[in-house]
Design a protein around this ligand. Sequence first.
Ligand SMILES: Cc1cc2nc3c(=O)[nH]c(=O)nc-3n(C[C@H](O)[C@H](O)[C@H](O)COP(=O)(O)OP(=O)(O)OC[C@H]3O[C@@H](n4cnc5c(N)ncnc54)[C@H](O)[C@@H]3O)c2cc1C
Ligand SMILES: *[C@@H]1O[C@H](CO)[C@@H](O)[C@H](O)[C@H]1NC(C)=O
Ligand SMILES: *[C@@H]1O[C@H](CO)[C@@H](O)[C@H](O)[C@H]1NC(C)=O
Ligand SMILES: *[C@@H]1O[C@H](CO)[C@@H](O)[C@H](O)[C@H]1NC(C)=O
Ligand SMILES: *[C@@H]1O[C@H](CO)[C@@H](O)[C@H](O)[C@H]1NC(C)=O
Ligand SMILES: *[C@@H]1O[C@H](CO)[C@@H](O)[C@H](O)[C@H]1NC(C)=O
Ligand SMILES: *[C@@H]1O[C@H](CO)[C@@H](O)[C@H](O)[C@H]1NC(C)=O
Ligand SMILES: *[C@@H]1O[C@H](CO)[C@@H](O)[C@H](O)[C@H]1NC(C)=O
Ligand SMILES: *[C@@H]1O[C@H](CO)[C@@H](O)[C@H](O)[C@H]1NC(C)=O
Length: 612
Amino acid sequence: MTLISTLLLALGLSASQPVKAIPVSGVTSSPEGIEGSTYDYIVIGGGLAGLTVAGRLSEDPAVSVLVVEAGADDRDNPAVFDIYEFTVAEGTALDWQYPVEDGRIINSGKTLGGCSSINGGSWTRGSVAQYDLWSTLLEDSEADVGWNWDRMLHYMRKSENFMPPTADQLAKGAESIPVVHGSSGPVHAAFSHGMYGGPQQPAFIASATNASGVVHCPDLSAGNPNCVSMNPVSINYNDNDRRSSSAEAYLTPVEKKRTNWVTLTQHLVTKIVWVDTKLPLVATGIEFATYTNTTNGTTRFIAHARKEVIVAAGALRTPAVLQLSGVGDADILGPLNITTLIDLKTVGRNLQEQTNTVVAAGGTGFPVNGTGPNNAIAYPNFFQIFGNASDAKAAEVERSIGTWAASQAENGHSAEALETIFRKQVGIVLKDRAPMVEMFYVTGPDVASNQILTVLWQLLPFSRGRVEIVSADPFEYPNIHVNYFNVSFDMDVMVAGLQTLRRIFKTPPLSNLSIGETVPGAAVPDDGKGGTAADWQPYILQNFGSVAHPIGTAAMMRRDLGGVVDAQLKVYDTANVRVVDASILPMQLSAHLSASLYGVAEKAADLIKVAQ
Ligand SMILES: Cc1cc2nc3c(=O)[nH]c(=O)nc-3n(C[C@H](O)[C@H](O)[C@H](O)COP(=O)(O)OP(=O)(O)OC[C@H]3O[C@@H](n4cnc5c(N)ncnc54)[C@H](O)[C@@H]3O)c2cc1C
Ligand SMILES: *[C@@H]1O[C@H](CO)[C@@H](O)[C@H](O)[C@H]1NC(C)=O
Ligand SMILES: *[C@@H]1O[C@H](CO)[C@@H](O)[C@H](O)[C@H]1NC(C)=O
Ligand SMILES: *[C@@H]1O[C@H](CO)[C@@H](O)[C@H](O)[C@H]1NC(C)=O
Ligand SMILES: *[C@@H]1O[C@H](CO)[C@@H](O)[C@H](O)[C@H]1NC(C)=O
Ligand SMILES: *[C@@H]1O[C@H](CO)[C@@H](O)[C@H](O)[C@H]1NC(C)=O
Ligand SMILES: *[C@@H]1O[C@H](CO)[C@@H](O)[C@H](O)[C@H]1NC(C)=O
Ligand SMILES: *[C@@H]1O[C@H](CO)[C@@H](O)[C@H](O)[C@H]1NC(C)=O
Ligand SMILES: *[C@@H]1O[C@H](CO)[C@@H](O)[C@H](O)[C@H]1NC(C)=O
């Protein structure tokens, strides 16, 4: 790209090329005019990352973009736009409800905006070291592509329109560090009108500090979230707290104006189409079919891609799209009679998902003084949850790396690769002291019940799982095996976290608001130290939930570590197919994922623009 055209682009103008005319623009559920058409870029999945990339690429009027989304456009459904209704969408047609082992499910947004349309909106970021780590898993020659905290901070800020707390919100305990936030990006983040103003959240913060030593900090997005604080959510304060999903942020404001961008809903991409079978594979487009809750379309439509195909179907479905397209483990594809074009065995492996469990107590009848959403989080580190047992536990962790790596080998590239990765993960835990668990304080939707409730999850699991298709039928869900707690340390973290949480509940000032624990209560007797591991373990195994933060299934890593994409997010051995979604994260963050994923997608859009 010339300097002049770059400058014109920055001004939203284009020198030589007129607006790229496409037959249909905006949002439609009809394939008419799309089927058979050609676009510069085709994005598979109109979720968080997919709409972010499409929104940025279509800023250039000379570039045409097609997004194909399996779900419907539900922006007008209160279960989507009203953040106060968080969880109402779960278990409905807006949720894929992916089955996993043992009859569990993982919630996932099946609607325009993907999970960003049904999530809790909690807006936090991981620690500096966790982003810097990404570059260390790439080739040395890729170190300057900028997969580190500094560049990610730039892109996370670019996505963000943050509103610092109002005087009223400051009085309720909200704080922020404005310089780490963006103020002119598309995604709105703020504290809510309904922000709780009763004694419960400050009491939780004080007791967390008192009982675990986790310090109180003003902002969980500043690169050191090992602290406790109130947090903003992805809402537009100036639009009545309306949810700021990727659809509301990147699509709604431009959908009538950009005649070079079309989004097709209620259609499932069934595979990527290739020019031939020679490596590197060159994608010429996609095949897709009508998909509603009463129809699995039998007709296969085609749309052509002039430049690139971008896979953004989310960490549980992106590997399935690749596998259906002949990119994956030949041992899986062969028996399904799918020709393996790239025998990339790690497609779908390295899955990392978190697990949660609740502690609750009855309240004394204190005024909760607000309506939500919930917004207080404690992020203790390894030493703060293991306490006096830390030294012994740390030694055990160091000693176990090799064993753990060997035990997870079939869900990664190899034992050697996982050992390298796990050493870095242990460094994040023990040296960088990144948060190990999240304690998410919940006032409870049923304010009248006046409970005190906290959901706890382990953030950095060592267990690795996998996603693999079980049929050549693209409508069939892939088999998802999370491998929960296969590395026993993941369970030890849950137990230590829950013991600590119980201690927090019993420590003033929070204990003063409580009439006693209700969950788990007598089911896990408190021995004065928060309950024994022997009592907690069976309880957790029966009662844990899946957090819905899956990542890693098309990881951005060197090939010898099990990577599926390189630092350009390009799938190995393809010429023009990238993955841009949670699949590319090589390791969990001590954070809710969306703020970081917007940054990933913003950066991806720039990588793609520069490449052209
Ligand atoms: C219930 C829940 C609560 C959460 N709470 C929070 C929170 O409070 N804060 C936070 O930061 N994060 C939260 N998250 C996580 C966060 O929303 C996700 O990590 C993030 O949205 C993932 O982005 P993505 O682009 O990878 O995938 P998604 O946003 O899931 O997008 C993938 C899209 O692809 C579509 N798709 C899939 N397959 C196909 C196909 N073959 N053809 C066409 N389309 C397809 C899907 O329908 C979906 O729209 C939550 C997630 C869930 C499910
Ligand atoms: C089917 O999908 C439509 C459109 O998304 C939705 O309104 C309806 O509630 C769904 N029906 C069922 C039974 O899930
Ligand atoms: C609720 O919060 C508001 C604003 O902080 C405060 O003025 C009011 O006194 C609070 N009410 C109760 C019952 O705590
Ligand atoms: C694969 O093809 C073979 C030979 O045509 C057939 O016998 C077998 O049933 C097919 N398997 C599947 C899973 O379709
Ligand atoms: C840790 O050790 C100190 C000093 O021995 C002791 O006072 C404290 O109670 C111990 N803490 C826990 C949680 O066991
Ligand atoms: C679509 O296909 C899937 C997988 O084969 C099946 O489970 C589902 O019932 C089908 N839905 C409809 C509406 O036919
Ligand atoms: C871990 O997974 C392996 C392979 O599936 C299994 O044999 C083993 O029993 C599991 N271990 C635990 C602790 O779950
Ligand atoms: C901290 O907890 C101790 C008891 O565990 C209690 O005596 C003290 O008042 C608490 N401090 C604060 C600031 O609430
Ligand atoms: C907690 O309640 C006790 C007993 O009523 C009281 O003495 C103490 O000051 C309270 N502590 C806090 C931090 O509110």
